[in-house]
Each structure stands twice: as structure tokens, then as C-alpha cells.
Design a binder for this molecule. Structure first.
Ligand code: HEM
Length: 183
């Protein structure tokens, strides 16, 4: 008789709903998995991008002739400093900082350096994407471009680039507005 009571009690316990303690575990099991960031390249620290055809034509402007602009920008070291300063100012500026969230800044710094270096004829090839494809999903407005140019001008001034050289460089970038600004 006692064993019958124990058997009945056990089978009733099995039919009981899960205890409240078990609930969070079940919800966690059912929740969608958090997407994992793809692995960064162990050498470059960059995220992978979809395949595209590499070409200096993607830089959006041809290079200056001669070495005058390269020297005016203090060669590759000066260009590195200018790109770093410009990107640092841009990601810290609340007017445009959100645009850079979730983008690969390691790749952006490298490709911007290559682009500027190529245009300034300072001894680089440009291996990034063209301006239209790299900005098509960003929904940039002309105000965003003006802020970026402001930071580029501050970065060039901090490097001690003459106004004449600054303006020659900016005039190479100006036509890219039509590919970069989409709103
Ligand atoms: C003439 C002006 C501009 C130039 C020359 C330029 C240049 C570049 C270059 C070289 C790249 C990298 C392409 C690649 O990854 O292959 C890039 C990407 C990017 N640019 Fe610009 N840019 C300009 C304007 C702007 C502006 C105004 C903003 C925002 C305020 C901006 C935000 C970005 C962002 C977030 C990416 C990364 C896109 C991605 O991860 O797919 N750019 N830009």
C-alpha cells in the first residue's frame, strides 16, 4: 500500500508543470542566438568584406604629377598623421559619430591612407572599394560631408600643411560629393 502511494505521488510530480525556477532556462534556450562578429584577419586586424575588383580607379581621383604635393604633405608619415587625426576627430564628433558605429575603423584608416597617398602621388596604390559602393548604404547628407571636411582641414592645419596645398587636395576630393552624398 505504501509503495502504491509513493508510486502515485511520483507520477503526479512528473505531470506537474515546470517550477518557476526552470522557466528562465527554457526561455534562454528558445531565444535567437546573438550573431557573432566575423573573425578579424589575424595579421591586419580587419573584418572581411565581400569580394570586389581592386583598382586605383576606385580612388575617385587621379594622382597629382610630380613630388610637390607628396612633399607638401610630409610624405607617407604626414599622411598617416592626417588620416588618424581626421578619423579620431570624426568618431568623437557627436554630429557624425553615429555614422561610424559598427564600421571597421581599422580598414577605414588603412583605405583612407592609401587613397590620400595615391592621390598625393606619395607612392601608394589604392586597394579599397569605389566611393559610390562604399557609401551607398550610409545615407549621408551634405552636412555630414561638410563636418568631415572641417575635420580634414583641422588635421591638415595641425600637420602644418600650407593653405595652397590644402586647397589643391580638397579640389581633388570635391567631385566625390556626388558619389558620397545620397540624401
Ligand atoms: C570626399 C569625401 C569622402 C572620402 C574621400 C571618403 C573615403 C572613404 C574610403 C576610402 C572608404 C573605405 C572604402 C572601403 O572600405 O573599401 C570609406 C568608407 C566609409 N566612409 Fe567615407 N569618404 C568620404 C566621405 C564620408 C563621409 C562624409 C562620411 C560620414 C560622415 C563617411 C563615412 C564612411 C564610413 C562609415 C565608411 C565605412 C563603410 C563600410 O564599412 O562599409 N565618408 N570612405
Amino acid at each position: 500500500m505504501i509503495s502504491l502511494i509513493i508510486a502515485l505521488a511520483l507520477s503526479a510530480a512528473q505531470d506537474m508543470p515546470a517550477t518557476p525556477d526552470a522557466e528562465p532556462e527554457r526561455i534562454a534556450e528558445e531565444a535567437a542566438p546573438v550573431p557573432k562578429e566575423p573573425d578579424r584577419d589575424p595579421l591586419t586586424g580587419e573584418l572581411p568584406v565581400d569580394p570586389y575588383e581592386m583598382s586605383n580607379a576606385n580612388a575617385g581621383a587621379g594622382p597629382f604629377r610630380g613630388t610637390g604635393m607628396r612633399d607638401a604633405f610630409h610624405g607617407q608619415d604626414g599622411i598617416h598623421r592626417i588620416v588618424k587625426n581626421m578619423v579620431d576627430r570624426s568618431v568623437a564628433d557627436p554630429r557624425i559619430s553615429e555614422i561610424f558605429v559598427a564600421h571597421d575603423l581599422v580598414r577605414l584608416r588603412r583605405t583612407l591612407f592609401e587613397q590620400f597617398c595615391y592621390i598625393l602621388n606619395a607612392g601608394c596604390d589604392y586597394s579599397g572599394r569605389d566611393m559610390a559602393s562604399s557609401h551607398k548604404d550610409l545615407g549621408l547628407q551634405v552636412d555630414d560631408l561638410n563636418v568631415l571636411v572641417e575635420h580634414l582641414q583641422s588635421a591638415m592645419a595641425a600637420e602644418g600643411i600650407s593653405f595652397a596645398a590644402q586647397n589643391r587636395f580638397l579640389s581633388k576630393l570635391a567631385p566625390m560629393k556626388r558619389d558620397v552624398v545620397t540624401r
